[in-house]
Design a binder for this molecule. Sequence first.
Ligand SMILES: Nc1ncnc2c1ncn2[C@@H]1O[C@H](COP(=O)(O)OP(=O)(O)O)[C@@H](O)[C@H]1O
Ligand SMILES: Cc1ncsc1CCOP(=O)(O)O
Ligand SMILES: [Mg+2]
Length: 245
Amino acid sequence: MLELPSSSRAATLLAQVRERRPRVHCLMNTVVQKFTADGITVVGGIPSMTSSIEEIESFVAKADALVVNLGTLDRARREVIRLAVDVANAAGKPWVLDPVHCDYSPSRLAFANELVALGPAIVRGNTAEMSLFEETGSPVRICTGPVDRLADDGRSVRIANGHRWMAAVTGTGCLTGGVIAAFMAVEPDTLVAAASALVVTGVSAELAAREAKGPGSFGVAFLDALSEVGAGDLLQHARIEDDQN
Ligand SMILES: Nc1ncnc2c1ncn2[C@@H]1O[C@H](COP(=O)(O)OP(=O)(O)O)[C@@H](O)[C@H]1O
Ligand SMILES: Cc1ncsc1CCOP(=O)(O)O
Ligand SMILES: [Mg+2]
């Protein structure tokens, strides 16, 4: 019987991330590199961000998990992504694909499909992006939005946490990919890891919204909340639902 995610598992994994400090390498769009690196750091991981072709093999070799984000994609980054994925796959390191705006460009969609065939542990995108990929159970598919939906071969769950200001701050989805990668580094059950990460980001967003005046101050309060969120908050506020039926 496959395990379903829970608030207590999310709390345990958050504590493990904070204790073990996993390294997450991000091939990240240029718009949100700082916000994503900050998000990984405050949750307890250690981000690295280079897109240098000369350095990528060494950085991925040092990392515990990899994020491949397709925003602000250009020819050089396609090349570095291919190399990074080869290194991660050869070393058995988990990687998450965020196919940003693949619904805007046939060329980007074709590249996303090329990468899906290389075996990411997770593909995470918004509804428009995820609707373009076939409904295979593997890898874990995550469709985020007001409610996040996660599915693999045997499980399907919903996470109903978060706040509408997340959609008003550029990069919350990208940051979420980085946090998911940090959780994958400490938990081999990919769906449990990803659901736990989304509970942590979603509950943190709810706590942050209480302090914020609007999207601007929310972005700052969200980082504060990610650094402070604790087991009690997760046990009290997590909304994880079995979506099997
Ligand atoms: N209306 C909303 N209410 C609650 N959470 C939301 C809402 N919109 C987005 N989120 C959250 O924001 C994060 C980014 O999701 P989304 O906006 O779908 O991604 P992207 O930035 O890639 O378009 C996810 O963690 C999701 O749960
Ligand atoms: C993450 C993100 N959110 C809004 S714009 C942006 C960068 C996306 O880059 P591109 O316009 O190349 O898709
Ligand atoms: Mg996105």
